[in-house]
Design a protein. Structure first.
Length: 258
């Protein structure tokens, strides 16, 4: 895996910049319904576990969770509750989403590490647009922790590891920031200043976006990892294409005795 840092992973990185970056990601993922093709995969995990709870790891600013909830309801008539967690929880964003979907959202205010999830947080563990942040051994620990808790896990990450995707990021993100920043919620004056006056937020987001593409895992990479930790789980990995013609890598697993 390529050893290049992402700003939002660094402990020293200003939290208000990180939160503005994850708010932007939430806006893009939900507006485009980026992860819609993964709905059936998550539904299968929920069906196998006979629960309607998901514990979302590395939630950032909420990611695509609003659209995921809507997709499950529209396509499978399933009302699901998500517990949002993160190592650097964006509490303001979590509160914003909870107010919009009070019957579907809970969140943990304290820092939650994906490799050591509290046992009282029960449900299908999900991870969107995050697995590329981790080294191989850390991914193994994330999976081992789910196996130890005997809960299903569903990991989704996009998009394509290609030069074209990098070019699209470099072109699209500045335009999107310029046009849509005033509409990002919750509204923050700091976001306006550090987008239009001193464009720190767009720069860091573009940098992290390019690095994310370089660090993407392929389905085969993830299957090799689970083969080292498999403990009576049924695993499935592959790619699905969304309405933007981008591929999403997925890995799902659940105890075979469910």
């Amino acid at each position: 895996m390529m050893q290049v840092f992402e700003f939002e992973d660094q402990k020293w990185f200003p939290n208000f910049i990180r939160e503005s970056m994850t708010d932007y990601l939430r806006y893009v993922l939900n507006t485009t319904n980026f992860y819609r093709p993964t709905t059936l995969l998550l539904y299968d995990c929920l069906s196998q576990s006979h629960v309607n709870y998901c514990v979302d790891l590395c939630s950032g600013g909420g990611g695509p969770i609003e659209s995921v909830i809507k997709n499950l309801k529209d396509e499978h008539a399933l009302e699901v509750r998500f517990i949002l967690t993160d190592k650097f929880p964006n509490k303001e964003a979590f509160n914003f989403i909870k107010k919009r979907l009070p019957n579907n959202i809970e969140f943990i205010e304290s820092s939650i590490d994906a490799v050591e999830v509290p046992t009282e947080l029960v449900g299908v563990r999900t991870m969107y647009s995050a697995i590329h942040h981790f080294e191989r051994e850390t991914i193994k620990s994330v999976i081992q922790d789910a196996i130890k808790a005997k809960v299903p896990i569903a990991i989704f990450d996009g998009s394509d590891k290609s030069l074209l995707t990098i070019v699209i990021i470099i072109i699209f993100h500045p335009i999107a920031f310029f046009l849509f920043t005033p509409f990002f919620k919750p509204f923050k004056l700091s976001r306006i200043f550090f987008t239009y006056i001193i464009p720190v937020i767009p720069f860091c987001t573009i940098w992290d976006g390019v690095v994310s593409i370089l660090r993407l895992y392929q389905p085969g990479d993830l299957l090799k990892i689970v083969q080292e930790v498999d403990n009576n789980y049924k695993w499935k990995a592959g790619k699905v294409r969304n309405n933007l013609y981008m591929n999403i890598t997925y890995l799902t697993g659940f105890p075979e005795n469910n």
